[in-house]
Write a protein that binds this ligand. Sequence first.
Ligand code: SF4
Length: 185
Amino acid sequence: MPPGPAVAPQPRKRLATVWLDGCSGCHMSFLDLDERLLAVAQLADLVYSPLVDVKDYPEGVDVCLVEGAVSTQDDLERIRRVRARTRTLVSFGDCAVTTNVSGMRNPIGIQAIIDRAYVENTTLGRPVPSQIVPRHLPKALPVHKVVDVDVFLPGCPPSADLIHATLVDLLTGSDPAPARGRFGL
Ligand code: SF4
């Protein structure tokens, strides 16, 4: 029998993950994919992440998972750069989707939080640091309030099963099933 037409290999996708104002629990849940990480690695290269040593967010990212709320001027500049260089941006976990834990400061006000952390609860009498600590926005914001979001992946953290199913859909060109996650789980 003559061989059938050659099937062109699928180009590998470029995957990234970003850590804004979150506890890194969503990234820990990503690592909970365990051996399924090998299957994800068959579909994509991890081109930027706290899990790899790449300093600058590259151009031409296909899929990016963004953990955490937008809480500082630094977060704001990063998420705008990420959005400009990413085809499908995923709001990854409840802090990204709703601000969740990161937004607990919003009703209190940032100055009261800084005073509590750096003045009232200390014994050395040093001033509030003016370097290294990033400049806070007045309120923590969910990612979609700052840039367009393509996919919402709720959960605190999202389960490894949910992350895996969503990633496989996105990396194989399928639409991820809507409302597969639930807040707080
Ligand atoms: Fe941590 Fe939960 Fe926020 Fe993820 S959603 S960064 S696990 S607090």
